[in-house]
Design a binder for this molecule. Structure first.
Ligand code: GLP
Length: 239
């Protein structure tokens, strides 16, 4: 595991710069991307770099990490909408393909199965945020290393966050997420962590027992895991 700790002012630019480098060396990269507050500044920095011609998404494929079930297509908290607004609509050309989770057209179980088929085509680089309860995607506590892509019952805090932090009109019924097993099959994983409120859970994920209580802990056995944290999030890990 590679742990990179940066001051908050430099954190998003560093991640965006590293992404540009990856896209330059592998223009047809298959990228799995999360949404949420953590990656938002990274996408702003990345969009600016792509617009200034440092690299392009033209040949890249983007696979969405997860999605809520039970929110309308225009809900402010929808993961596909956020990724479009924060990155995809800000860059031209856009990616060769963008794969959202098909929650509007398909029943949840079918949408999960369809999304797993997409991810089974291979993921070159997967970016992940870290949930306050140790989840990655919607792999909530209780998830195992072999958890498949599936419909997940959300912990109360995860569902409430959709309303309180992301502006959802109602608490979502459930989530659909790429499973831990699918994420671990990615060639490379970058775990993005920022802010003091993630310090305790990051410490548990990186130094506590590996197991379902903190699903992010499973990432430690990935051969190419990079953790990119700001100083506040890494405060306990580097203590
Ligand atoms: C959300 C998403 C995750 C995200 C995590 C952290 O509920 N399901 O994919 O990475 O929680 O969110 P944030 O970055 O807003 O703290």
């Amino acid at each position: 595991m590679e742990l990179i700790v940066l001051p908050v002012e430099a954190w998003a630019e560093r991640v965006a710069g590293d992404l540009v480098e990856r896209l330059r060396s592998a223009p047809d990269l298959r990228l799995c991307l999360p949404t949420g507050d953590t990656p938002a500044p990274v996408y702003a920095a990345l969009a600016a770099r792509l617009e200034s011609g440092e690299a392009s998404l033209e040949r890249a494929t983007i696979v969405l990490l997860d999605e809520w079930v039970g929110l309308g297509p225009d809900d402010a908290a929808r993961c596909d909408g956020r990724l479009r607004r924060e990155l995809l609509e800000r860059v031209s050309p856009g990616p060769a393909a963008f794969h959202p989770v098909r929650v509007d057209e398909l029943a949840p179980e079918q949408a999960a199965a369809r999304h797993d088929d997409v991810a089974a085509g291979g993921l070159g680089l997967t970016l992940l945020g870290l949930g306050a309860n140790g989840h990655v995607g919607f792999n909530e506590p209780g998830s195992t290393a072999d958890s498949p892509t599936r419909v997940v019952t959300l912990e109360a805090g995860s569902g409430d966050a959709a309303v309180a932090r992301y502006g959802a009109e109602r608490v979502p019924e459930a989530g659909i997420t790429l499973g831990v097993a699918r994420l671990m099959a990615s060639d490379e994983i970058w775990l993005l962590v920022s802010g003091a409120r993630k310090a305790e859970i990051l410490d548990q994920a990186l130094r506590g027992p590996v197991g379902p209580d903190v699903p992010a802990s499973f990432l430690r056995s990935h051969p190419r895991l990079r953790v990119i944290a700001d100083t506040a999030a890494a405060a306990l890990v580097t203590r």
